[in-house]
Design a protein around this ligand. Structure first.
Ligand SMILES: [Zn+2]
Length: 267
């Protein structure tokens, strides 16, 4: 536990998390709701210890920077397909960061083996979130014509469940980056385990994205989309997947899986 008293530590954590969220909000990396969620997730992580906060910041900064690379091209490619753009809202922040923050808090609250396992679970969750986010950001603009991980048919870039060589390289790089950073911060002892957890979570994300995530169709534009109401203003119809499973739900499951793989890898 931190050496300073808890109220002081908590206050400092809130201040740092709020400052970072405010900068990200001003830079349009976070929406208003996204900034609010980031303050909660960031405060929880930093209250667990500065190293937990630092790792979260590394994930957040690299992901935000990657989503700025060729932003105009990304918006061109994904326009009308994905429901949300580069500005993250609360659901996106929580889908990527909630499992990490919750497990980090629990790991410093509990003791013994449970503490160690929850610390690993937190790291596995963040490795999965990073692997998936890096893969999505890189694959969308550099991945050319991707293929469905489930059917291997070519899909428009930006479609959930579509994978490409560039995106896959970025996925492995993202998992490795978090694993090495966690080791450098003294939070992790097994880099390979976290890399596997990150890759496993991100692959599950693609697989769920290609199968159970809802797929919709705009009859007016004759295009596949994830939006309930298309950019053209027309209501879209469900053509595949489950109606209540969106991208954020899939992301959340992927981080839970990343956490589970990291935790089970120790037993
Ligand atoms: Zn349309």
């Amino acid at each position: 536990m931190p050496s300073v008293s808890l109220p002081v530590h908590l206050l400092a954590a809130v201040l740092v998390a709020t400052s970072i969220a405010a900068i990200a909000w001003r830079a349009h990396s976070l929406s208003g709701s996204g900034a609010f969620a980031a303050i909660i997730v960031g405060t929880a992580a930093m209250t667990s210890g500065w190293r937990w906060g630092a790792l979260l910041v590394l994930f957040f900064i690299t992901s935000s920077l990657l989503s700025r690379v060729r932003r105009a091209r990304r918006e061109d490619v994904t326009c009308g397909i994905i429901a949300k753009g580069g500005t993250r809202d609360a659901a996106q922040v929580l889908a990527n960061g909630a499992v990490y923050a919750l497990c980090a808090v629990l790991s410093v609250t509990l003791e013994g083996l449970a503490s160690q396992q929850l610390a690993l679970a937190a790291l596995g969750a963040l490795a999965a979130a990073t692997a998936d986010t890096w893969a999505t950001e890189v694959g969308t603009v550099f991945g050319g014509m991707p293929r469905s991980i489930a059917t291997w048919r070519t899909l428009p870039a930006g479609t959930s469940g579509a994978i490409s060589l560039h995106g896959t390289v970025a996925m492995v790089a993202g998992a490795t980056f978090i694993a090495l950073s966690a080791a450098a911060l003294g939070l992790a002892t097994s880099v390979p385990l976290l890399v596997i957890a990150g890759i496993g979570g991100a692959l599950a994300d693609s697989l769920l994205g290609a199968t159970v995530q809802e797929r919709r169709w705009c009859a007016t534009c004759e295009r596949n989309t994830e939006c309930r109401i298309h950019d053209c203003g027309a209501a879209t119809v469900l053509v595949g997947g489950c109606v209540w499973v969106n991208n954020d739900g899939v992301n959340l499951v992927a981080t839970v899986l990343g956490a589970a793989i990291a935790m089970l890898g120790t037993t």
